[in-house]
Design a protein around this ligand. Structure first.
Ligand code: LLP
Length: 427
């Protein structure tokens, strides 16, 4: 187990809190996040990068877990954020992040998105020439000048789930490296937009550092060319962070230092050769929050059928990753931690779909009605991808600091489900 998870008297603990007591106090399903683990993950990146190059900034990818408390914790640490919508931008600013530490990413931004970025003084990463033209016009109307980057598509194959490889030649994201200079040439002649950076993202849940080294190489070739064209770089953004090890701790996930070693030499030598020293930005989401959080879910029934199904109160409405990406989350019985394995169980949710399975064929202690299951590594793309499917409100989120715990989002009720509903006048 990672250092913030432990076992005492057969109960799983997170931080200094007993998971069984938390479930009793706040109800289930329940996401529980350890604050100190997030801070430690942030410091892991910061130390590895800043010991090699001073001018770095970590922009937390808010999509991974957009709870305002988490953004606030990271803002306190000096992080910025990669925001991918006006909603994420607004929440990040409200949480205390500085506008100059944000980057508004997105492959399909609206006029309203661009207007908000201009109004708040947030830099924009452009994904098309149409976006450039629109932003130039909107900034002009507001009498402002906006700093931008383009997202470059580096055409790199990465070993990850095909749905989350973002920098393949065939991906929808970015402008192909072959034509990126034309995009910057157009930006350089725009009156209300100044290109000051470059942005790239190759994919998520990547468990080796080689693809990042390759990305840095492609990016530096582009930076050298753009520098020659007159682009004055303030930042170079390498995008998302490392993958994490879902299957067993100490497994294949690379260390922060290995990551820094993979990207930094190429970048630093290029910067030195060009005589520039822009900030290096990264946008880690998953690796900042994933292991900080467990999902607690209660056993409603145990059924011996084709398999032994354990019906719990969280399904793909609460955690969609297993259903969507066939992903694996470690399972523990939080009130029987350390007990001997007694059977093979498939953990199933309450949703009316066959695919509503959180974990297949796990060897676990003898499970009974009322037991508490913990799914580990649920902090990234867990709550943030939860839905209200099947008329179920989203569950609560609790933050733990040492032996303190508090809600950071209450569970939704049926009233919340109905809050946005409007009845057409003829009904
Ligand atoms: N920056 C950009 C532009 C991105 O598209 C992403 C993730 C990130 C940063 C953060 O990447 P990370 O450090 O988290 O790998 N829902 C999927 C993951 C989708 C990731 C999409 N983009 C999952 O649950 O595995």
């Amino acid at each position: 187990l990672p250092p913030h998870l432990s076992v005492k008297d057969r109960h799983l603990r997170i931080g200094g809190c007993d998971a069984v007591e938390l479930a009793f106090k706040y109800g289930t399903p329940l996401y529980v996040t350890d604050e100190d683990r997030i801070r430690a993950n942030f410091h892991g990146y910061k130390k590895a990068l800043s010991s090699r190059y001073q001018n770095i900034r970590i922009l937390y990818a808010a999509k991974a877990n957009g709870n305002p408390s988490i953004l606030k914790i990271l803002a306190e640490e000096g992080a910025g954020a990669d925001v991918f919508s006006s909603g994420e931008l607004t929440i990040a600013l409200q949480a205390g992040m500085k506008p100059e530490y944000l980057l508004f990413n997105g492959s399909s931004k609206t006029e309203a998105d661009h207007r908000l970025a201009v109004e708040k003084g947030v830099r924009v990463s452009l994904d098309s020439i149409d976006e450039l033209m629109q932003l130039d016009q909107i900034a002009g109307e507001a009498g402002k000048v906006v700093e931008v980057s383009f997202r470059v598509n580096p055409a790199i194959d990465v070993p990850t789930h095909p749905k989350i490889a973002t920098g393949l030649a065939t991906s929808k994201f970015g402008i192909p490296a072959a034509t990126i200079t034309e995009a910057y040439a157009q930006a350089l002649v725009c009156k209300n937009v100044v290109p000051v950076g470059i942005h790239c993202h190759i994919g998520s849940q990547i468990l080796s550092v080689e693809p990042f080294a390759k990305e840095a190489q492609v990016l530096m070739e582009v930076v050298a060319e753009l520098h020659k064209m007159g682009v004055k770089f303030k930042f170079v953004d390498l995008g998302g962070g490392l993958g994490v090890c879902y299957e067993h701790y100490g497994g294949p996930a690379p260390a922060f230092d290995a990551y820094a070693d993979a990207i930094m030499p190429e970048i630093i030598s290029t910067f030195t050769r060009l005589g520039i020293s822009p900030e290096i930005w990264i946008e880690p989401g998953r690796s900042m929050v994933c292991d900080s959080t467990i999902l607690l879910t209660k056993v409603n029934s145990v059924k011996q059928a084709h398999k032994t199904f354990v019906n719990v109160d969280a399904g793909f409405n609460t955690l969609i990753r297993p259903a969507m990406y066939d992903s694996y989350h470690e399972v523990l019985v939080a009130n029987r931690a350390g007990e001997e394995q007694a059977g093979t169980y498939t953990i199933t949710g309450p949703i009316c779909e066959t695919g509503d399975i959180l974990a297949h064929d796990r060897k676990l202690p003898a499970i009974q009605v009322g037991d508490l299951i913990a799914l580990l590594d649920a902090g990234a793309y867990g709550y943030s991808m939860a839905s209200q499917y099947n008329g179920r409100g989203r569950c609560a989120e609790v933050l733990v600091k040492g032996d303190k715990s508090a809600l950071m989002r209450r569970a939704e009720t049926v009233d919340d489900l109905l809050a946005a509903v409007v009845t057409p006048p003829w009904l």
